[in-house]
Design a protein around this ligand. Structure first.
Ligand code: AMP
Ligand code: MG
Length: 349
């Protein structure tokens, strides 16, 4: 189905118009503090199916259910461990998703056939207002075509979704820039990080009452074909531009040298289709080479990483060497996304 996609503002009128469309069981792209989401009524299986077709997303990849108040977790989760209450109190509204046993009103289309559900209370003002106006929770994966870099600017949503959905709400640039931290629980107190995000392992560990915090193997390791995973999104090549992405572990100097020493097919001369994605401050080392900078601090890199991956394609490059980020704090989330964008192709220099 081809839509004439309505572009809505995040004001009262736009929020009401978005909610009207959602109430009819249709899909609307909405801003959140992490990345733009492709929203539909999480309790309506037919509405949720439209998200999967707009994105081209595999049906076994579960959707996150977005709520507009902490007490709503008791409606959609059957068991709420003590650790979930602590994390909700500490980080909600905000960029952390908690996976818990689902209640029966969450349809299997939303949970990807699992008996659990991921729940988040987003901080973004417009996202919250739209959920409240709807009166039902919104299932909302990232508003990009499945596999491509997540949308952190309205122009990204337009590029991927124009014509595929009835409406999109323009909230400007996303403040966080990487998807929410996804956690599940072991017993009442232990936390397992399934997907790193802005709320870091260190942030969770600092909370009183939380037991062990474990980073799932899938955060930094490749999941083999057919292997069972706790977070289905982890097994897909993800977040990738059309250009070939390689992650480079090493200094700016080592990366620049590597680009000079590789043969003609992957060189970095002025008219080649190869570029580097480097830190702010590395520019001097790359004089005479093509490069895109993606920030210096981990927070800046989180905000810019997806936009930079899209720019690699927009600027016509066919290969990009990305200088691997720090893995501390939110840096681990940036690293996790880049690792998947690179299909786990990493070179240690
Ligand atoms: P996205 O909506 O694109 O941000 O992706 C959501 C991701 O959250 C999925 O790909 C999963 O990895 C994870 N997730 C959501 N719900 C669950 C769940 N019930 N169990 C495990 N992982 C989940
Ligand atoms: Mg996504």
């Amino acid at each position: 189905m081809e839509y004439n996609t309505k572009m809505l503002s995040p004001d009262k009128e736009g929020i009401r118009a978005a909610a009207e469309i959602l109430k009819k069981g249709e899909v609307v792209a909405i801003p959140t503090e992490t990345v733009y989401g492709l929203a539909a009524n999480a309790l309506d299986r037919e509405a949720v199916k439209k998200i999967f077709s707009a994105k081209g997303r595999p049906g076994d990849n579960p959707l996150i259910v977005h709520i507009s108040g902490k007490p709503d977790i008791y409606k959609y989760a059957r068991e709420v461990p003590a650790a979930a209450e602590i994390l909700a109190e500490a980080f909600w509204p905000g960029p952390i998703t908690m996976v818990m046993k689902k209640s029966d009103i969450i349809p299997p289309q939303t949970s990807g056939g699992l008996d659990t559900v991921g729940i988040r209370f987003p901080a973004h003002r417009a996202a919250r207002a739209i959920i409240e106006e709807c009166g039902f929770p919104l299932a909302a994966p990232s508003a990009n075509l499945s596999g491509s870099p997540s949308p952190t600017r309205f122009s990204h949503v337009v590029a991927d979704m124009k014509g595929r959905i009835p409406a999109a709400v323009d909230g400007g640039d996303c403040a966080v820039g990487v998807e929410s931290t996804v956690v599940c629980f072991e017993g009442d107190r232990d936390v397992r990080i399934l997907r790193p995000g802005f709320v870091s392992k260190e942030d969770i560990e600092a909370m009183t009452g939380i037991g062990k915090v474990i980073c799932d193997r899938g955060v930094t390791e490749m999941i083999n074909e057919g292997e069972k995973v706790m977070s289905p999104g982890m097994k897909y090549r993800h977040y990738s531009p059309k250009a070939a992405v390689t992650l480079i572990e090493g200094s700016a100097e080592a990366l620049a040298g590597y680009m000079e020493n590789t043969d003609g097919t992957i060189d970095s001369t002025v008219d080649s289709k190869v570029c580097a994605m480097i830190f702010d401050g590395d520019e001097e080392v790359f004089l005479g080479k093509k490069y895109i900078t993606y920030g210096y601090t981990s927070e800046e890199q989180a905000r810019q990483v997806f936009d930079c991956l899209r720019r690699v394609d927009d600027e016509g490059y066919e290969r990009v060497y990305v200088r691997s980020p720090s893995r501390d704090g939110v840096g681990l989330a940036v690293y996790n996304r880049l690792l998947r964008a690179a299909g786990f192709e990493v070179i240690l220099l």
